[in-house]
Design a protein. Structure first.
Length: 291
């Protein structure tokens, strides 16, 4: 596999006609340790150079410091090359706070505008109020489009009953080979409604399954067949899924380049069947995973 050249990252066409890269970069847990800052900035910049121009952040991450770190990492990069995402706290998602919070995220990231702004999870602010605010942010030119995060099927169906709730472009949820609960009902519903799924922790970064996934014989067999790493196979599995994007987080330039190279992997039917036997999708409804 060629890992030192920009990869042709596949894209999703969103309901408004916009194009969102299907492989990007997360920033959860960045900016938490000053000693790692330079390496984290370099990793994000190298990821962009490798083709991963989608960068996800949130005002929650490191108490807004991750957004500032992203801003430093993208300084000097042409804005139109990037697809920048941030998320608002639920308690800030009402008319009294969301506009200043969004402006703060834009300023910290040096973005001018956000390509996508997400409600981080459900809170006490009525969905109707948040949707109205998101639509106003679009009208003001502060964001291109909006979405949600950590919404299960019942949450999405409730959102669809809110005026203009069906303008939600993306739902960001935890999804990886070892956590496939969304495939039972949420992902099929989102596909029917044209909502993209953005998978956070696609390499099980925040969960207990990472070691088991990376050491699994099926994953290692498929990786060997592609001269790839287990992490790349996990990303390739998600990129095979219709309507799914993934945002792995990396703390090093080498891992950023490795992640980007996963876009070139095409898994065969036999390989997908092997992975499916090792990590089968659930046959019943399961709670939405968050770690």
């Amino acid at each position: 596999m060629r890992q030192n050249e920009p990869q042709p990252i596949p894209v999703l066409t969103l309901p408004d006609g916009g194009r969102m890269p299907r492989l990007g970069q997360g920033s959860w847990h960045t900016a938490e340790r000053p000693a790692r800052r330079a390496g984290e900035i370099a990793a994000l910049r190298r990821g962009v150079e490798a083709g991963m121009t989608l960068i996800d952040s949130a005002e929650m991450y490191a108490d807004t410091r991750s957004e500032s770190l992203v801003g430093e990492a993208i300084r000097g990069i042409e804005r139109e090359r990037l697809f920048l995402v941030s998320k608002v706290y639920p308690h800030n998602a009402g008319a009294d706070r969301i506009f200043s919070c969004c402006a703060g995220s834009i300023e910290r990231m040096g973005a001018g505008y956000l390509d996508l702004y997400l409600l981080h999870w459900r809170g006490s602010v009525p969905l109707s109020e948040t949707v109205d605010c998101m639509e106003e942010l679009v009208r003001r030119g502060m964001i291109r489009r909006w979405g949600v995060s950590n919404f299960d099927l019942d949450d999405m169906q409730e959102l669809w009953r809110v005026p203009h709730g069906d303008r939600c472009a993306v739902n960001q949820v935890l999804y990886h080979l070892g956590s496939r609960g969304v495939e039972f009902d949420l992902l099929p519903w989102m596909r029917r409604e044209g909502v993209a799924l953005m998978a956070y922790c696609p390499l099980a970064q925040g969960g207990r399954l990472r070691r088991g996934l990376f050491a699994d014989p099926a994953v290692r067999q498929v990786a060997a067949a592609h001269n790839a790493t287990p992490a790349q196979i996990l990303l390739a599995f998600l990129l095979h899924q219709q309507g799914v994007a993934a945002i792995p987080q990396s703390g090093s330039e080498a891992h950023a380049v490795e992640n980007a190279a996963a876009a070139a992997i095409r898994l065969s039917g036999e390989e997908l069947a092997l992975l499916d036997r090792a990590f089968p999708a659930p046959t019943r409804k399961v709670p939405l995973d968050i770690q």
